[in-house]
Design a protein around this ligand. Sequence first.
Ligand code: ZN
Length: 266
Amino acid sequence: MDASHAPVHRRHALRAGAAAAVALTAGCQERDPGTPAATATRTVAAKPAATAAGAHAPAPAPHRFPGQPVQVTNGPRDRARVALTFHGQGDPAVARTVLGEAERAGARATVLAVGSWLDEHPGMARRILDGGHDLGNHTQHHIDISALDETRAYAEITGCAQRLRRLTGSIGTWFRPSRTQYATPLVQRLAARAGYPHVLSYDVDSLDFTSPGAAAVTRKVAGEIRNGSVVSLHFGYADTVAALPLLLTEIDRRGLRAVTTTELLT
Ligand SMILES: [Zn+2]
């Protein structure tokens, strides 16, 4: 955690309570809305994929980007492009609103989908791809992957990969670890074994999951975003929906373009 953000963290922690304070030890560690941790590992029977291969060409596969580290935190700093990346979980109506807002502004996003979310809302995989966005893997249950042993961590990665393959014909272009900004060396190795040459981190944390208000989300991102930034955002939070038009306007005003992470690195 960057020490310069400590006051912001403290203020948010006071507002958001003890659970969020724990979550703020690193990015993307929010508790799944409405999913108590105790039930997070229950098995959800996957619904059959009505739109699987056949009706559509397979979605893009993971890409190896020569010259990029295994753990990608940002793209080139000499091009005026950024990637907005979303934790893919929560109310699908909110997710559709966010995607629609981005598309109306000519922006493209990267959605890292949680496997159990795809089980509940299988149509979201196609919706994301049809909007021209990147779709990736954010583990099956979004539990703290850094704390799992090798077998369980691998199952979290492959569980989501299997859902993605069944729904889209591909394991998705990216893997992002759950409840941590950075993958451990073990998780990096397991992701590679599962077919992902890179793991996707980020360099700008919007902190939208702490519900600090749309203005605070916009201010935080606007203050840190620059060429090549990868921004962490979340579906499922009202502040994100409210902040997005402001953020997209700010991105445009700065002469930046919001592209998929694949485009950012290509
Ligand atoms: Zn997440």
